[in-house]
Write a protein that binds this ligand. Structure first.
Ligand SMILES: Cc1cc2nc3c(=O)[nH]c(=O)nc-3n(C[C@H](O)[C@H](O)[C@H](O)COP(=O)(O)OP(=O)(O)OC[C@H]3O[C@@H](n4cnc5c(N)ncnc54)[C@H](O)[C@@H]3O)c2cc1C
Length: 369
């Protein structure tokens, strides 16, 4: 088995394939296998998937967990309190962690499971055979595999090669700023602040820190140069209530060089996500915006379900067909409903519809993957 891309999806798949007794090579294009320093929310279904991978205790120890969210107006007036009940007795309702911490936990587990990880390497070309794939790597080596799993993210080169007719990722109209800040006293759960067409939120990521995101409606996609980002974010954070003013003070000082700014993009590859002996998982097949904080969770579930289905049958075709049956509607639900939430935020839609979509989707995702 060859896995292309060592992000959350690829690593989860590798861990489960090894557990099922398969030999796994994983190639990752980044020679340093690094990840940027933002925070990530891990919802109940994602925590359940991390438990299946056997890393829940480490995630809980290094991250933060809680069971609810407060929604405020821009000025900090409470609108609603949401309860986020755990999916199972041994799981927290929801959680957060720094991306590098999650990456380290998963990469340590990947290596400990005996996955053969080759960094700074990618696939140059892949030729389908009746019962496998013939791969030429960027370092010139050639090898034959029974199957190739492509988990190379939203800008997947593998998707372009295997599905040249596939849609391209599309900008949705929102830009996101993210920073890390110290948790103020009493901050123990998600805070969302709903502006006119801007949304701002905080999530704990450890016992001491939280991350903040700000979603700006920017339909014209004008990139803000790095040196102007602190001032731009500082301006966008003016006149908000609650804990925003305190965090705003860090934007021009301690956070001036750590702002993570990027456009929101999405793509949903029509089914099936496989062709011959090549299958796409995670963002390569279904990249979403962060409105439901579920993209990484979906990528992890893909890896778990793919290994599960392939280990249940001697027929790769049957395993891939079953994988698709279990994954397509769930991936589509997250992408489409995340896009709808973004639309509501950008176009002053109904806050009631926004909350309803969030609650309905999270309720559906509580069903087994
Ligand atoms: C702003 C933002 C916030 C988000 N917040 C959340 C959140 O709170 N919760 C959540 O669950 N999800 C969140 N997501 C979604 C989540 O980040 C993604 O869904 C998740 O990272 C997808 O995992 P992946 O393994 O499919 O892809 P990636 O994480 O992108 O990993 C792809 C890997 O493949 C490697 N690679 C790329 N090309 C090649 C190649 N040609 N050959 C070999 N290797 C290659 C890359 O270096 C990388 O290591 C967010 C996304 C965004 C944009």
């Amino acid at each position: 088995m060859l896995i292309v891309g060592g992000g959350v999806g690829g690593m989860s798949c590798a861990i489960c394939m090894r557990r099922a007794g398969m030999r796994v090579d994983l190639v990752e294009i980044d020679p340093n296998w690094k990840i940027y320093g933002a925070g990530i929310t891990i919802t109940g279904p994602t925590l359940r998937a991390l438990k299946t991978l056997g890393v829940l205790d480490e995630v809980k120890a290094q991250g933060a967990t809680w069971n609810g969210a407060y929604i405020f107006t821009r000025s900090g007036q409470p609108i609603q309190e949401l309860d986020i009940p755990p999916i199972a007795d041994d799981l927290p309702g929801t959680g957060g962690i720094l991306r590098p911490a999650l990456h380290r936990i998963l990469s340590d587990r990947t290596l400990a499971m005996g996955v053969n990880v080759r960094l700074g390497t990618t696939v140059e070309s892949a030729s389908q055979l009746p019962d496998g794939v013939d791969i030429t790597f960027s370092d010139g080596r050639r090898e034959r595999y029974d199957m190739m799993v492509c988990s190379d993210g939203i800008s997947s080169r593998m998707r372009e090669q295997i599905f040249p007719e596939a849609p391209k990722p599309k900008f949705t109209g929102q830009m996101i700023y993210r920073i890390i800040a110290e948790r103020p006293p009493g901050f123990d759960r998600t805070h969302f602040y709903m502006g006119e067409d801007t949304k701002l939120g905080f999530n704990p990521v450890s016992s001491t820190h939280m991350y903040m995101f700000l979603l700006e409606h920017r339909p014209d996609y004008r990139w803000v140069p790095v040196e102007e980002q602190p001032q731009r974010l500082f301006d966008l954070m003016a006149d908000w209530g609650g804990i925003v003013p305190e965090v705003r003070k860090t934007v021009m000082t301690t956070n001036a060089h750590t702002i993570n700014y990027r456009p929101l993009e999405a793509i949903l590859l029509p089914k099936p996500w496989y062709r011959g002996r090549v299958v796409l998982i995670g963002d390569a097949a279904h990249a979403t915006t962060p409105h439901l904080a579920s993209g990484a969770g979906m990528a992890i579930e893909d890896g778990i379900v793919l290994a599960d289905e392939l280990s249940r049958t001697d027929s790769v075709d049957a395993g891939l067909a079953r994988f698709m049956e279990r994954r397509f509607d769930r991936g589509k639900l997250v992408v489409e409903n995340s896009l709808r939430l973004g639309e509501i935020e950008m176009h002053h839609g109904s806050p009631q519809e926004h909350t309803r979509i969030m609650v309905d989707t999270m309720t559906q995702l509580r069903q087994p993957a």
